[in-house]
Design a protein around this ligand. Structure first.
Ligand code: AHM
Ligand code: MG
Length: 336
């Protein structure tokens, strides 16, 4: 059997990254390894979702009044479990939990990071075999080492993220993560059960041809957003329009595609949801960080997403995110 030693696994890559930082403690590498492990476990369950009695609602309603799917609960427990038993995370916040959890044991209290995640985003799509994903973000805690994590550790502006990433359970399973140094994508190689570096140093093209938005809500959007959407549909030799509309309804898949191919994704405020639908801490901030590191932009329509100082864990925000050139075009409409 020929082993391709040029392809690095996730662990090899994160350890190699540490070589550039002689003072690195390895905590972030260890945290990413824990997340990779939980992702592999969730992947196994997602793949057999059609076979076992794991489909359907778990019978509970989460803090945001939405049905909780069984796989959401499973994924939440997996990510929480690896982080709790690891050595790098002082506590977590999750879309599926009412409040943050400080792990509060001697090792966790001496860990410098906290982690926020949406364990299974797009879970309304599970029953119909459409790609879903996990989103995570990592912050350095602001509370003193040696003490349990506190709310302020989680309520930091997105600009303070140390790392952010996602796992897309798609036609193949991929883990993509960003640090300030770059965005890298790893595809799960089922033959060895390892995430292997397949998409090094991802850059989001400045322009693309895709716009992603829920058209069903069109008449609920502000006029400026409606005008921009109509512009996307018009012939325009300067922008390359008309653009192509692609909307899976699974943010991780929609944004993964647009990150690679170039494009713009919008979840604007609507009359029914004046604050938007997506959660600032679990969905908007991690993707805003990833896209910005990759060369793109993200705003809530008024300000840069990463500058928003959150006041609540489950806060929602409108989101406009994507290729830099397309975002600048959109901004001319939003300003008008
Ligand atoms: P969820 O966290 O409950 O799964 O909801 C988030 C999802 C995103 O993945 C997706 O972009 C959006 O909801 C789709 O919402 P809509 O069906 O309103 O267009
Ligand atoms: Mg979600």
């Amino acid at each position: 059997m020929v082993i391709n030693r040029r392809i690095l696994t996730l662990d090899e890559f994160t350890i190699q990254q540490m070589r550039a930082f002689p003072h690195a403690t390895g905590e972030l590498a260890s945290l990413l390894r824990d997340i990779g492990l939980a992702a592999k476990r969730v992947n196994v369950e997602v793949n057999k979702a059609g076979l076992v009695d794991i489909l359907g609602d778990a019978g509970a309603v989460n803090v945001q009044g939405e049905d909780v799917k069984k796989l959401d609960v499973y994924a939440n427990n997996q990510f929480m479990g690896v982080l709790k038993h690891g050595i790098s995370c002082a506590g977590i916040g999750s879309e599926e939990l009412d409040d943050f959890i400080a792990f509060d044991d001697p090792v966790s209290n001496n860990s410098k990071y906290v982690c926020l995640f949406d364990p299974l985003d797009g879970s309304g799509n599970i029953d119909v075999n459409v790609s879903i994903g996990t989103i995570f973000s990592v912050y350095r805690r602001v509370s003193p080492l040696g003490t349990p994590a506190v709310r302020e550790d989680f309520l930091q502006a997105g600009i303070h993220q140390v790392a952010a990433g996602y796992i897309v359970y798609g036609s193949s399973t991929m883990l993509v993560y960003a640090t300030r140094r770059g965005v890298n994508g790893f595809t799960l190689d089922p033959s060895i059960g390892e995430f292997s570096l397949s998409h090094p140093d991802i850059k989001c093209p400045d322009f693309g041809k895709i716009y992603s938005v829920n058209h069903g809500n069109f008449f609920q959007y502000e006029k400026s957003v409606q005008d921009y959407i109509q512009q996307c549909q018009k012939k325009n030799k300067d922008t390359g329009g008309p653009y192509t509309q692609r909307y899976i309804g699974s943010m991780v898949s929609d944004l993964h595609r647009n990150l690679i191919k170039g494009g713009i994704f919008m979840y604007p405020a609507t009359i029914d949801k004046p604050k938007g639908k997506l959660r600032l801490l679990y969905e908007c901030n991690p993707f805003a960080f990833i896209l910005e590191v990759a060369g793109g932009k993200a705003t809530n329509g008024k300000q840069r997403v990463l500058d928003i100082v959150p006041t609540e864990l489950h806060q929602r925000s409108p989101l406009f995110i994507g290729s830099k050139g397309m975002m600048e075009e959109l901004e001319t409409y939003l300003k008008a």
